[in-house]
Design a protein around this ligand. Structure first.
Ligand code: FAD
Length: 449
């Protein structure tokens, strides 16, 4: 335990969420004269841009995640608390953390029944976003989204089980079952998933099944809007669509999904049978935004002030995907990892400046470009005036993602795994590990209408 004087004199900073924003905020405050508590409901930081590599069995979960305690082990002023934040008392400056146990009595923490109340002088809320099913939460069980390691391993299990089920059926019934993979939403996640399924079906599995031919799989990418990668420039959208089609993905734009049930996706009156349905269509902000009781945008994100704080509470910062921030040109700050990193560091700097008695600054997002990978050696990259497609965009994507992976050990592992998978077409993480009772692989039950 720290000596009492340090508790009394040092401002307390509570950081909610050890994602890109929260972790970078905590790291940036590691040498500041403050005491920091980082609270996350997971014990690990997940490198979400590589989740689809876990979902498609190229990488193992441990290669894209690091324990938060390990990442912050050298920050002597920082403690890590595993727990789910359930609410706030902004007037009393308390964060309410779900606690099934009794709170430790020897800390500046009050324990009520099942709740830890963490006091703070400064609060950084960086709880990110989650899937949104446009008012149809019941679709989630049939069409999982990709946000956490658990999602990725569940998707991996469904995809691998689809091939296993098809092989079994063909042996049992002698008729080749349809292998349809339907991906809903052609933003970066949907495009990455569709391309990666095409890779695994078209190359990686071909030599391993004796009855089915994985190359006969149909991969259907449904997009409600007029083009794939809608936030990218039009020429890169067109290039991404072309690259997807070259890989055998059926791209269908202006195809608004109207219903999802077990093994069937409906687009208006058309029913598309599906062995596996994946959701990449929408995100909404963490419910913690609503609990702050401040103005939100349509996606539930907190509309922040120019210094990323909330109205009437200059001590409360909201950062990353949970924040609705505006650039000087009026454009919204995008929900991407570099923006979250920059916001986290900015909030930390403002706390440091406040401790030093300096005035607040305004946040300005520095856009370094965006990249979306489409499959083996295929990607698009938007670096402002410079637009790149294909192999060189993919190399840029690979380099940048490795650069930002948390932890040196991870980087080396990931590079070697990728190189191995690239050269040998061998996905060493192709394991079905979860309990069979969670099996949601469907035999398509409806014919395309
Ligand atoms: C599949 C996928 C692919 C992506 N690809 C890219 C890409 O290629 N490039 C790019 O720039 N961006 C990409 N993104 C977006 C990027 O990952 C996000 O913008 C970024 O993670 C946002 O960071 P954050 O810190 O705001 O939130 P997150 O990284 O989501 O972290 C939020 C943290 O808060 C914790 N948390 C949430 N609620 C609570 C609670 N109540 N109590 C305690 N802890 C809580 C969570 O466990 C999590 O650790 C991708 C996202 C996904 C899902």
């Amino acid at each position: 335990m720290l000596p009492m004087t340090q508790h009394v004199t040092k401002p307390k900073v509570v950081v909610i969420g050890a994602g890109f924003a929260g972790l970078n905020a905590a790291k940036a405050l590691a040498h500041a004269p403050v005491d920091i508590t980082v609270v996350d409901r997971k014990n690990h930081h997940t490198f979400q841009p590589l989740l689809y590599q876990v979902a498609l069995a190229v990488l193992s979960p441990a290669e894209i995640a690091s324990p938060v305690r390990t990442v912050l082990r050298h920050a002597a002023n920082t403690e890590v608390l595993l727990g789910e934040v359930k609410g706030f008392d902004l007037q009393k400056r308390l964060v309410l953390v779900d606690d099934p146990y009794t709170g430790p009595p020897d800390r500046a923490v009050s324990a009520r029944a099942g709740v830890l109340s963490l006091p703070y002088d400064y609060l950084i809320v960086a709880a990110g976003a989650t899937h949104a099913y446009f008012g149809h939460p019941e679709w989630e069980q049939f069409a999982p989204g990709l946000k956490t390691l658990e999602d990725a391993t569940e998707i991996r299990r469904r995809i691998l089980m689809a091939f296993e089920t098809a092989e079994r059926e063909l042996i049992a019934k002698r008729t080749p079952p349809p292998l349809n993979f339907v991906v809903v939403g052609a933003g970066p996640t949907g495009v990455e998933l569709a391309g990666a399924i095409s890779d695994i079906a078209g190359r990686h599995l071909t030599k391993e099944f004796r009855s089915i031919d994985p190359r006969q799989s149909r991969i259907i990418l449904l997009e409600g809007g007029p083009r794939v990668l809608p936030t990218y420039p039009a020429d890169l959208s067109a290039s991404a669509e072309r690259q997807l089609k070259e890989m055998g993905v059926e791209v269908r734009t202006n195809a608004m999904v109207t219903n999802i049930e077990q093994g069937v996706v409906s687009v208006g009156k058309e029913k598309i049978p599906a062995s596996v349905i994946l959701w990449g269509a929408g995100v909404s902000a963490s419910p913690l935004g609503r609990m702050l009781g401040v103005p939100l945008d349509k996606a539930g994100r907190v509309i922040v002030q120019p210094d990323l704080t909330v109205p009437a509470h200059p001590e409360v910062f909201v950062t990353g995907d949970l924040a609705s921030a505006t650039r000087h040109n009026g454009q919204p700050v995008p929900g991407v990892a570099p923006a979250a990193i920059q916001m986290g560091k900015f909030a930390a700097r403002q706390i440091n400046r406040a401790v030093e008695g300096k005035p607040r600054e305004k946040f300005e997002y520095l856009d370094k470009g965006s990249l979306a990978t489409i499959g083996r050696s295929r990607a698009v990259a938007d670096f402002g005036k410079l637009h790149i497609s294909g192999y060189f965009a993919w190399l840029a994507w690979l380099f940048i993602h490795l650069l930002f992976l948390v932890g040196f050990r991870n980087r080396l592992f990931v590079l070697s795994e990728w190189a191995w998978a690239y050269l040998t077409y061998n996905h060493s993480a192709r394991l079905i590990t979860d309990p069979a009772e969670k099996d949601h692989v469907e035999t398509p039950k409806a014919k395309a209408g």
